[in-house]
Design a protein around this ligand. Sequence first.
Ligand SMILES: C[S@@+](CC[C@H](N)C(=O)[O-])C[C@H]1O[C@@H](n2cnc3c(N)ncnc32)[C@H](O)[C@@H]1O
Length: 262
Amino acid sequence: MNLCAAARLRINLATLCILHPFKNELSRYMSVSSYQVQQTKFQLEHRSGVFAPSAHGRFYAEHIAISATDSVIDIGCGSGILSVYAALQGAQVVATDISAEAVALTQHNGGLNNVAIEGRVGGFFGDYQQQFDVILANLPQEIVPSAHALELGAGAAEIDGGQRGNDLLVELLQLAPQYMHSNSRLILPLHTLSDYQHSLKVAMQIFDVRLIAIGDLAAKDFVKQHLDFYLSFARQGTIRLFEQDENWFTNVYVIELRRKSG
Ligand SMILES: C[S@@+](CC[C@H](N)C(=O)[O-])C[C@H]1O[C@@H](n2cnc3c(N)ncnc32)[C@H](O)[C@@H]1O
């Protein structure tokens, strides 16, 4: 190695040492991603241990209508894709999640995009008592095989919707009316990796239901890894999973629920 190369190596090593104390900040910076929902562009930071937006959540986000006068609650906010999008429309947004890290990240991501988001740690509506114009909730809504839940550990709480995949959704459907006035809208995704027909029946008993969108989405990797498990539910008609051109898909239905008229 000549003298010049040795000097360059020393400088590079010194730079690394200087950066070392900041490496957490650096890796956080590097995990910021750009998103576009409808016409709105924004950025979200990702942190390990907090659910990052999936194709399912992004499809849902593409089909929610929010106006600047709306008060909105985002239940199960994760990294905050729905909260940030709603706040950027000018809405007043509060976010809840059972994960304190998720609530903190959603608020941080609001700041990253120059909007304020109020947050509370807690299940469903947390300790909020008021009525909201719009209720959004992309709650865990999948049937998850126990082997995969074990692999995920605490992370299973981000996707596992219980035995029929819709336990949390049904609980929300029953809770929501007390947080709604006569014009409130509860906008939900129905994932067909859960007993979505049961969810729909419960929804129709309580609300007037309007179908907004249907999406075909590529099955997640864990579904393909446990295909026999899921196909047995599909054969019983509990879930919908289908093959097209040798690829597996599920559906997401986006529905809007209002208090029954009359
Ligand atoms: C599928 S992730 C969705 C995150 C985000 N809304 C999105 O669309 O990317 C579900 C989130 O719901 C949270 N969660 C699970 N059970 C909950 C409950 N009972 N009340 C509120 N949040 C819950 C999880 O911690 C997780 O952050």
